[in-house]
Design a binder for this molecule. Structure first.
Ligand code: FDA
Ligand code: NAD
Length: 434
């Protein structure tokens, strides 16, 4: 039988894929032109929900409620949406091989397909502790979180071990959001991470101290400094404690690990130019092979405002890169061009009653304002990062939509600042001018 052929293929069925599909439809798509191949069993959804609403003890978010593109205020795209638009959504279909030259791909089940244009959107997976040889790290009861099946496993474990002890290994995004969810579900939570403070990729020590104090106020124990060296396992193969390099042993009914992401580069490795752990793309998300585009977590793209090449592992960029790549593809077909991607980095997180947003780059000196008045009940404060006398990044906890917009504007404008003391005293009102 002849291989099925598509004009456009998206490999990966996550955030970037879902937004790219919507843009194809918006730009004009004929039935049968586009196929999406996803290893997941469900249509693209807003992944951030998995570490927030999906794990809530009451009124938890469930599909179809958070299919893309609801996260940015758009319409839901359940599986029927793809069928209506004539898009072939191949779910439960892991792609095992892509041949860039032959313009073909093969699924794990051994079925091959051809394409004219490929968009790779396979995102990242988690780094496992077993990869660094931590003994016992594959025991039952140790959880990682990336996809919906893993969130379901965690929901079941939290129910089964209600009132039990949970240890969270890692103090990054997953660590902070999951510790809060476990705590809200009634587990006694201990966080452990090797760095001197949480969220070291973004926070200053000052910022981190607020969040650590807040978490401790919720009854979470935080162990900073020790490395996880192994796990104690019971006779059934289930984890029962976490062993640390300071000699302590922390009892655990559930362990959640969040020690960083790993871009899934396997399908194009050695076929297109790589950079920053992902694939090098131009301002239109085109790789060194002109008919192959890479979006989302995997794209090492020119970040124009910082004259740098970056990879960004956050949802706003996943959405916007998917859209931009499709706009570039469609424009090229008409002999037109569009402006290069000009991105202002934007990340956010929510846990307990807290909610922060960050825009720009966290380089230079972090000047935190409003911190002394911040407490569990009233927590509005922020940080500006200043380098060579200019604002490079802006962070705000507890902002209204208007105030968050001010943070975006000031980070984009990169204004010069007078003294750090003046900036600290001005706080939010500094950003109001932009
Ligand atoms: P994404 O990971 O969304 O999708 C990749 C898809 O490809 C998956 O469906 C995967 O199964 C599939 N796939 C992989 N290999 C395949 C293969 N060989 N064949 C077929 N399919 C394959 N960011 C943020 O800014 N704010 C937030 O609050 C959060 N919260 C958050 C929570 C959790 C739990 C995670 C894991 C991540 C976040 N993020 C986030 C990060 C954000 O979700 C992430 O950057 C984007 O989802 C990346 O989008 P992509 O489309 O690149 O990959
Ligand atoms: P991360 O890089 O944010 O944090 C990793 C943490 O693990 C750090 O605190 C680090 O010090 C610690 N660590 C590293 N090695 C360790 C070890 N051996 N033992 C103990 N701790 C160790 O990564 P993550 O939290 O795992 O997040 C995974 C991915 O998901 C990232 O791409 C992240 O951007 C994304 N994510 C984003 C959000 C958000 O933007 N709100 C939320 C969840 C997940």
């Amino acid at each position: 039988m002849a291989e099925k052929s598509y004009k456009y293929v998206i490999v990966g069925g996550g955030v970037a894929a879902g937004y790219a599909a919507r843009e194809f439809v918006k730009q004009g798509l004929k039935a049968g032109e586009l196929a999406i191949f996803s290893a997941e069993k469900v249509a693209p959804y807003e992944r951030p929900a998995l570490s927030k609403g999906y794990l809530a003890p009451e009124g938890a978010a469930r599909l179809p409620g958070f299919h893309v593109c609801v996260g940015s205020g758009g319409d839901k795209q359940p599986p029927e949406w793809y069928a209506e638009k004539g898009i072939d959504l191949h779910l439960n279909t892991q792609v095992s091989m892509v041949d860039v030259q032959q313009k073909s791909l093969t699924s794990l089940a051994g079925v091959s397909y051809r394409f004219s244009i490929l968009i790779l959107a396979t995102g990242s997976t988690f780094t496992k502790l077993s990869e660094s040889g931590v003994p016992g790290a594959d025991a039952r009861g140790i959880y990682y979180l990336r996809v919906i099946d893993e969130a379901d496993a965690l929901v079941a474990a939290m129910k089964a071990k209600k009132d039990g002890a949970a240890v969270v290994v890692g103090g990054g995004y997953i660590g902070m959001e999951l510790a809060a969810c476990l705590c809200l579900n009634g587990l006694k939570v201990t966080m452990v991470y090797p760095k001197p403070f949480c969220m070291p990729r973004l926070f200053t020590a000052d910022l981190a101290s607020f969040y650590e104090g807040y978490y401790e106020g919720k009854g979470i124990t935080i162990l900073k400094g020790p490395k996880t060296t192994g796990f104690e396992i019971d006779a059934t193969g289930h984890v029962k404690a976490v062993k640390l390099d300071d000699g302590s042993v922390v009892p655990a009914d559930i362990v959640v690990v969040g020690v960083g992401a790993k871009p899934l580069v396997g399908l194009l490795h050695g076929q297109v130019v790589e950079d920053k752990g992902g694939f090098k793309v131009d301002g239109f998300f085109r790789t060194s092979a002109p008919h192959v585009y890479v979006v989302g977590d995997l794209a090492a793209f020119p970040l124009k405002m910082f004259c740098d090449i970056r990879r960004v592992e956050h949802v706003d960029h996943a959405r916007k890169s998917g859209i931009h790549a499709v706009q570039a593809i469609k424009a090229a077909e008409e002999g037109k061009t569009i402006p290069e991607y000009d991105y202002l980095p934007y990340f956010y997180s929510r846990a307990f009653e807290l909610s922060w947003q960050f825009y720009g780059d966290n380089v230079g000196e972090g000047i935190t304002w409003g911190r002394e008045g911040a407490c569990a009940a009233k927590s509005k404060f922020g940080t500006y990062w200043v380098k060579d006398g200019k604002i490079m990044g802006a962070f705000l906890e507890g902002g209204t939509p208007e105030e968050n917009k001010m943070m975006a504007n000031v980070a984009k404008a990169q204004p010069c600042v007078g003294s750090n003391d003046e900036l600290c005293a001005a706080g939010l009102s500094f950003a109001a001018k932009f």
